[in-house]
Design a protein around this ligand. Structure first.
Ligand SMILES: [Zn+2]
Length: 169
């Protein structure tokens, strides 16, 4: 298994590594929760223990796909707004402002809970369609436990988490 490879679509750099991964989270019962993978922009990190887990990789690539779409939408919006400003007000350095505003809006939206929940539930719905590292099917209940677990802060019951994931299957 390669420890670093380029995934073509969606374009992503995949690193099999422990480095840069989020710290584990301990819940109220003393159970330690590790993140198996994480995506930041177009860079995906997968823990070596999950290197062969198709579902985890597809989950993270779903986040990368969302990232590219969000970036595309941001650029399109900034182009339209700065284009209108250019036509109405004429050229000038101020035309940087729509770009900065659209970028700030994109970063802000990604911090919002409904957006985060949608993004995660969508990624879990994708993961559900793929097998685990041992070739066994991914179970909805396992994923719902993770979505409702302490790694995220969604304040969901396991049943509610199942419902969220099933919205996108
Ligand atoms: Zn995720």
């Amino acid at each position: 298994m390669k420890t670093k490879f380029w995934h073509k679509w969606p374009p992503a750099l995949v690193l099999i590594t422990e480095k840069g991964m989020r710290d584990p989270v301990t819940d109220l019962h003393g159970v330690v929760w590790h993140t198996a993978g994480q995506a930041r922009g177009a860079v995906v990190r997968i823990r070596p223990a999950y290197a062969g887990d198709d579902g985890i990789l597809m989950h993270e690539l779903s986040h990368v796909r969302t990232f590219w779409w969000a970036l595309l939408a941001t650029v399109a919006l900034a182009l339209v707004v700065s284009g209108v400003c250019l036509v109405v007000l004429g050229p000038g350095f101020y035309l940087m402002l729509p770009w900065l505003a659209c970028l700030a809006a994109m970063l802000l939206v990604q911090k919002l809970k409904p957006y985060k929940l949608w993004n995660e539930a969508l990624a879990y719905a994708v993961q559900l369609k793929h097998t685990k590292g041992d070739g066994q099917p991914t179970e909805l209940l396992d994923l719902a436990h993770r979505l409702a677990g302490p790694i995220y802060d969604f304040d969901l019951t396991v049943t509610e988490a199942q419902r969220e994931i099933l919205k996108y299957v």
